[in-house]
Design a protein around this ligand. Structure first.
Ligand SMILES: Nc1ncnc2c1ncn2[C@@H]1O[C@H](COP(=O)(O)OP(=O)(O)OP(=O)(O)O)[C@@H](O)[C@H]1O
Ligand SMILES: [Mg+2]
Length: 365
């Protein structure tokens, strides 16, 4: 299904041109990535050295056009170039990038992973499918690991839809010392996200970067250490951006998040395959939204079916780390920017995060 949607998106893209140019943007080679995940589309237009003046208008026109394709629920077009768009407002204007550290262009080929100074373990939290709860799980697992006495950081690697700023209720720009970005801190966690560096509501026209360069910089140019565990909240899906991240980060292991529905499980297997390709060990599978706990009566019901992730884990020979129930408090705490694990409620989801965090701590050794 994704493939058909992707084709439809690519066809539409071929109808767009930069004003004054003969070739369409596909033929001209500006489309560097099309990522279709469920109904969400991420498109990267890479203009190489410098984006032309009409880039923002083009971006808006493409988003409007792609939205009319049947089955597309959200479209995010990212425009990248090494230098600012011609004619774009200077930093400080309403469309400006936050006064962020200068971002570098990507290197030609992905480097082999090199250790991040002062960081003992890097753990990716991933899924094949979007919206299964990776980001929420990442934050709460980070706090569960912290409760095991660990120093923990979170890298939000979702450059199309960063969610860490909302999840921890933080909207600040990081400082730079000697060209190294200082991570932000909340709840005792070190945090970094593209959302802290750019204005996510505004057209994304970065000053320096290509997408991969930005991803790499979040990993390598941030003063992460000292940390026991750095959790990398992966973008949804298994495309080029994800693969680059997996190739560049010296990962100790990956945790796969899935929901109980069959489709999500098939996608979880895709997620697993991506890590196997680069020999990263799978720490286990988490089944999120495994059951519904009624906020009124406390009764538990399995609205999506149950146990699918556990069965999948058994079949493919990796550990089932546990299930996290669907709880109103998980969602509300995420929306409020006060993660559930920092709260003194006594909920089943909290207990589940705690147990899974403990197990991951044991497995990391
Ligand atoms: N156990 C849970 N109970 C209730 N709501 C949940 C639970 N886990 C996640 N959610 C909610 O589901 C939504 C999607 O979660 P989240 O953003 O963490 O998913 P994601 O996999 O990171 O998404 P994306 O693929 O877009 O990055 C959020 O609104 C979140 O609050
Ligand atoms: Mg997410």
């Amino acid at each position: 299904m994704d493939n058909n949607l992707k084709k439809a998106v690519e066809q539409r893209l071929a109808a767009h041109k930069i004003a004054g140019q003969d070739q369409n943007i596909v033929t001209a080679g500006y489309v560097s990535a099309v990522i279709v995940d469920g109904g969400q589309v991420g498109i990267v237009l890479d203009f190489g050295d410098q984006a032309p003046g009409g880039a923002s208008a083009l971006r808006a026109a493409i988003e409007k056009d792609i939205q009319t394709i049947d089955g597309i629920t959200a479209t995010n077009v990212v425009v990248t170039a090494s230098r600012p768009t011609a004619g774009r407002r200077q930093a400080g204007g309403p469309q400006a990038v936050k006064q962020a550290p200068e971002l570098r262009p990507a290197p030609k080929a992905p480097p082999t992973p090199t250790a991040i100074p002062g960081v003992k373990h890097i753990v990716a939290v991933a899924s094949g499918k979007g919206g299964v709860g990776k980001s929420t799980t990442s934050v709460n697992l980070a706090l569960a690991l912290q409760q095991q006495g660990q120093q923990v950081g979170i890298l939000d690697a979702d450059i199309f839809g960063p969610s860490l700023p909302t999840l921890v209720g933080l909207d600040k720009k990081p400082e730079t010392k000697d060209k190294i970005i200082q991570p932000l801190e909340a709840y005792g966690l070190k945090l970094m996200s593209i959302g802290f560096l750019i204005d996510v509501d505004q057209p994304v026209v970065w000053r320096g970067p290509r997408v991969m360069g930005a991803t790499q910089q979040l990993l390598k140019d941030v003063a992460w250490g000292p940390l026991d565990v750095l959790i990398v909240d992966m973008p949804p899906g298994t495309g080029d951006v994800q693969l680059t991240m997996v190739q560049q980060a010296p990962l100790s292991g990956a945790v796969i998040v899935s929901t109980p529905q069959d489709l999500a499980l098939i996608d979880a297997r895709k997620g697993l395959a991506m890590f196997e390709k680069v020999n990263v060990p799978i720490l286990g599978i988490i089944e999120n939204m495994t059951s519904f706990i009624c906020p009124h009566c406390g009764g538990e019901s399995h609205i999506f079916g149950h146990g699918g992730a556990e069965e999948t884990a058994r079949k493919i020979g990796c550990e089932f780390l546990g299930g996290i129930p669907l709880e109103m408090a998980v969602r509300a705490s995420a929306d409020d920017g006060i993660p559930l694990m920092t709260q003194t409620t006594n909920s089943a989801a909290q207990a589940a995060y705690g147990q899974i965090g403990k197990r991951i701590f044991e497995k990391l050794g």
